[in-house]
Write a protein that binds this ligand. Structure first.
Ligand code: C5P
Length: 398
């Protein structure tokens, strides 16, 4: 996290119970060498005191636009100096203000006067989050280029369970630091496959697997943070589209293969994360197959290996493969890298990786094995992309 040094963040706190998490967030950011200037709304001061925030950041907290001890221009000065403004927690009311460009207190004025990235971490009751007015405001913020951090789903302070919880401080700190990543993949197209495939048996049944798509989507996110142009070819998943990525939704391996062929020509990096079905049903029935008395035999034929196809192109992009093994991880991974002729292969134990939120990876390249210890998938994705950056040489035949 070298790059984060010397950066200055305005941390805006608004009046919600999640304000207590802002103290931990400030501490984590300061620990990363970031200068944190806290600005609080009057309402936020009912939940956490400016004295707490001042003690953690070593800087007086801005609250009231009228009692600024300096030249009375605290909003302009703070905005001018900031590399990013982060609002955590952001209440429904404050989000409404941002969406409409209101500036009736110090923090909202500071946001309107900014010339830097604005990151917003919503925190509210699930009904408030689901209210169409809030959803309209959120869409407006996204259109305005504001980055949304969360919210997450879970138990809420009001006792209900649902969408609207603020992300944990650790996660927020990571997302904020990512904004400061140097855009080392600017101008590079990163093409990814993610998720499972669905191979139809008949009109209503099919063969699929338990891949959630989380690792592929996390890698898409990590590539976006590095400034890449990201095209994500996704099998069926329940995940939100990574903001800024072009997503091509597909179902079967054959569709995925077609989409990859259409997109690969100008890709600099190809990452095959999808759990592509090895076989499809030779003759899928258009009608639902009726139950009979005897056994039913389905003939399966092999699917094309998308990654091997891409790696075998005359001028292939830099190719990264994944291997999920249930045993003898290292031996199988090494053999797979050779067989597919790819420069980098990330291997994980299938039991530990499929459908879970965290994972651990062993990376295999020409220099040997590199272990990425257990962490959440976005953290691993960021580390994997940094490894790719070490090996990737733009323009070179990979
Ligand atoms: O051979 P195996 O399926 O274990 O290889 C896994 C790697 O190959 C993954 O990167 C996966 O996305 C890719 N793959 C593919 N097309 C297939 C099968 C696997 O691209 N038909």
């Amino acid at each position: 996290m070298e790059q984060a040094r010397q950066k200055r963040i305005v941390l805006g706190i608004t009046g919600g119970i999640a304000a207590y998490k802002a103290a931990e967030l400030a501490r984590l950011l300061v620990k990363q060498g970031i200068e944190v200037q806290v600005a609080m709304t009057e309402a936020a001061c009912h939940f956490i005191t400016p004295a707490t925030m001042q003690a953690l950041t070593g800087r007086p907290v801005l609250v009231n636009q009228w009692d600024a001890a300096d030249n009375g221009m605290a909003h302009i000065d703070s905005s001018r100096a900031a590399d990013a403004i982060v609002i955590a927690p952001a209440t429904a009311d404050f989000i409404a203000k941002l969406a409409h460009g209101q500036a009736d207190d110090l923090l909202s004025t500071l946001c309107l006067a900014r010339n830097c990235a604005l990151l917003v971490a919503p925190a509210m009751n699930k009904q408030m989050w689901g209210n169409p007015a809030t959803q309209r405001n959120i869409e407006q913020l996204e259109r305005d280029g504001v980055a949304l951090l969360g919210p997450a789903s879970g138990v809420q302070a009001c006792g209900e369970e649902g969408m609207g919880r603020m992300l944990e401080a650790e996660q927020l700190a990571q997302d904020i630091l990512a904004v400061f990543q140097p855009k080392l993949l600017s101008g590079v197209k990163v093409l990814l496959t993610a998720g499972p495939t669905y191979e139809a048996i008949d009109a209503v049944r099919g063969i699929t697997n338990r891949s959630s798509g989380k690792m592929g989507y996390a890698l898409a996110q990590a590539a976006l943070e590095l400034g890449a142009e990201v095209v994500l070819i996704s099998g069926p998943t329940a995940l939100n589209k990574p903001h800024g990525a072009q997503v091509v939704n597909v179902s079967s391996a054959a569709e995925m293969f077609e989409a990859v062929k259409q997109q690969v020509a100008d890709a600099g990096i190809f990452i095959g994360v999808a759990a592509v079905a090895d076989y499809r049903v030779a003759q899928a029935s258009e009608q639902k197959i009726k139950k009979g008395d005897g056994s039913l035999t389905l003939e399966l034929v092999p699917n094309p290996d998308i990654l091997s196809y891409v790696a075998g192109l005359p001028k292939p992009p830099f190719c990264v493969g994944f291997a999920a093994e249930s045993e003898q991880l290292h031996e199988h991974a090494r053999a797979k890298r050779q067989a597919k002729r790819i420069p980098l292969l990330a291997a994980n134990l299938a039991q530990a990786a499929i459908g879970t939120d965290d994972n651990e990876l062993a990376l295999f390249d020409d220099t040997g094995e590199h272990v990425l210890p257990r962490a959440d998938k976005l953290t691993l994705a960021r580390q994997l992309m940094l490894h790719v950056l070490k090996l990737y040489q733009p323009g070179a035949k990979q």
